[in-house]
Design a protein. Sequence first.
Length: 363
Amino acid sequence: MDENIEKNDMLENETPVEEKEELVRIEGLKEYFDIPSGLFKSKKLKAVDDVSFSIMKGETLGVVGESGCGKTTLGRTLMYLYKPTSGKIFYKNKEIKTKQDINNFRLKTTMVFQDPYSSLNPRMTVEDIVGEPLDVHRLCKGKKERKKKVLELMGLVGLPEEHATRYPHEFSGGQRQRIGIARALAVNPDFIICDEPVSALDVSIQAQVINMFEELQEKLGLTLMFIAHDILVVRHISDRIAVMYLGRVVELADADVICDKPLHPYTVTLMSAVPVPDPDTAKSSQRILLEGDIPSPLNAPSGCPFRTRCPIAGDECAIEMPKLEEVEPGRFVACYKYGQLKRTQEENSSQNNSDIEQDKPEQ
Ligand SMILES: Nc1ncnc2c1ncn2[C@@H]1O[C@H](COP(=O)(O)OP(=O)(O)OP(=O)(O)O)[C@@H](O)[C@H]1O
Ligand code: SF4
Ligand SMILES: [Mg+2]
């Protein structure tokens, strides 16, 4: 992540999350896919399993986790691109139940995708790509109004007017992502689900696009769910972070708190893999390597889903799934031994530090 990204002043001084108004809430959301497993047989793949949280108006909720943990499925289910297997979704405190509720919610919610190359129709000009949602939802009265609106949207994302008649292949990755964002903004949403919107971009371009998201959020009062696998990117842009593992949220808290003092062993391992710029700190800080791959959601382990890779798993972890519980105000963790791995890591680090001090040659 580029260190030149300037933290938005507005974000530094904003209202604490707990005092904000809730925009979206999910309760026990599940998305299971039927996977054929022989003649007339199928197995349930639990891509999203019993996820509950609220997203406050104007906040950015980051979602992190390894590939396959269910981030995209969570975003798509939240937007009703997939019908939830079960669970409830509330928008402005009203449960979304009817077809009309879904349509209204979709008008206020939109998604920005990871791959700016494949998410834009190569045969359409920028003007038509950005203008299409305006047509679908009949948001403009005539061609003149449509053109004016498209140019306005292009201006918002920093695309010059003369680009309106060009095609996606004439743009760089970062510019294509800007086109995708302008299109997402066309319906005047108040909630945007960003699914790895910068992962396919060069690091310097990532910084520009992230800065743009922050500016747009301030200007338009947007609420964001920002999905990424890079915890540093997520930390930079998010107010709070939800860490996912095997379809479940295992920890959720304020972004800085979760990164500086992670409580769940999985979050501790994620943070320990983040490169430390200072060589002395790097020498003394303990890196915990995660062994093995994330298990298949088709055959999740019994009890805690992380137990097959957890360095401090005990017998009790195999029996029952730990619930996501509020262990401090605003901090949610699903682990029987939360905090223990971080404490051990800190004790080992301070031991390493004193060993390094002793090894230094006398001046
Ligand atoms: N339409 C689908 N049908 C069946 N299984 C699916 C479908 N979509 C996703 N899955 C499975 O659900 C699980 C979660 O996938 P998902 O794409 O949500 O993960 P992700 O966290 O977004 O991963 P990545 O970081 O690679 O994008 C995976 O095991 C995936 O194979
Ligand atoms: S519940 Fe047990 S296995 Fe799961 S993360 Fe906590 S200590 Fe590890
Ligand atoms: Mg994904």
